[in-house]
Ligand binder design. Sequence first.
Ligand SMILES: C[S@@+](CC[C@H](N)C(=O)[O-])C[C@H]1O[C@@H](n2cnc3c(N)ncnc32)[C@H](O)[C@@H]1O
Length: 408
Amino acid sequence: MAEPTLPLPPAFPAPDPWIPEPLANPPVVSCAAGFEPVVAEELRELGHTACYLKPAKLVLPEAGPDASLPLNFFGRTLHRVYLLLGLGRAPTLQDVRALAQTVPFHAYLHPEQRFAVRAQRHGSHDFTSMDVAREVGSAVVERVQAHTGRRIRADLDTPDVEIMAELSDDQLLLLLNTSGPPLHRRHHRAFQHFAPLLPTLAAALLRLSSFPNNVDLLIDPMAGGGTIPIEAALLARNVAPGLLLPEGQLALFRLSFLDHTAWRRLRHRAERQVRPRSPVPILAADRYARNVRGMKANLEAMGVAADVTVCAGRAERMAYLERQPTGRRSIVTNPPYGLRLGDPRRIDRLYHDFARACARHGIAEVVALTPRRDSWLEAFTQAGYRPALVQPVRYGRLEAFALRVEPS
Ligand SMILES: C[S@@+](CC[C@H](N)C(=O)[O-])C[C@H]1O[C@@H](n2cnc3c(N)ncnc32)[C@H](O)[C@@H]1O
């Protein structure tokens, strides 16, 4: 039987080459590969139609550059927001150069600004990503000089403006970064867990659960530094990510063609919409006292300590649930994988005992991110659950799965 996965958003029939008119650039958002359908759903709620461009990239063909402000502000699952500068076939280095030369870079950069081209290459080529960066960089210098008579300088360490050049086989994608560093850098971590989940992935996992609408208690029984409960509390309290981002971090403030005053308006609007408390109780636990202490410090640092009950305890028992109200209980978690410990049988045992504890405590759904799909699904099937979603995702370099199980 085919495993239940989420359908990809529709592909956009892009012209080849596609060089948008200056200042009519559609946003492109990045995410973890495999989460594109989840991100497209969030974008739909933000009022956009998103189309699949390539793994981990969605394009918003109907939106323009100014949409990058609300996207950076409100997007919880987005890694970065870019503007599309160009897209087209470029099998050789000469083609890379020729395509880049057609992009009106002078519309986006001033000669007194410093720029960097970051190149990535996937597929087999007889040149390197550094060659790609050099060719695109030369095209930037030429276009700005032709238009202004002045030579723009590169600065790879602290650029004002960052251009991404991604060559996937023979497809070149040129993007302008409006986010700067990835948007998951919105959590202040007083305590650094050894394997923290990215807040953007925590937000994506939460979207695979029924939280916050149809849940009476949200639980992360293996919460580590608390990323999932923190994201849950921020979501439930309607704290927009833009309220947490240091403005100096955002590249969009160095893009002079964008209307920066919109950011202040978004801030004011978002501040008024924050709820004082999470309407849904959230419980976070970990086996180790050090993590429990660290998680409390992280919740405190993020201003959501009052929204989350923190317990020490083993996921195989979840004894703390006996003191909690009954109702629809949902678990969203990022369990250990055992890849470091090296003994998969210990993880199999943990997953089995945890699945049985879920059944005992009447857990209505369990959403998890793990590379150990078979072990997880076998454990939960034996405990009386069925897979409702088996979504292959990339987690860094790891082939992992976002899994949702429900009582069968
Ligand atoms: C992958 S980490 C979770 C990281 C977390 N999502 C974060 O962002 O910090 C898995 C966590 O499970 C905890 N853990 C391992 N075995 C456990 C058990 N039997 N019961 C409860 N927690 C356990 C570990 O201490 C670790 O903090």
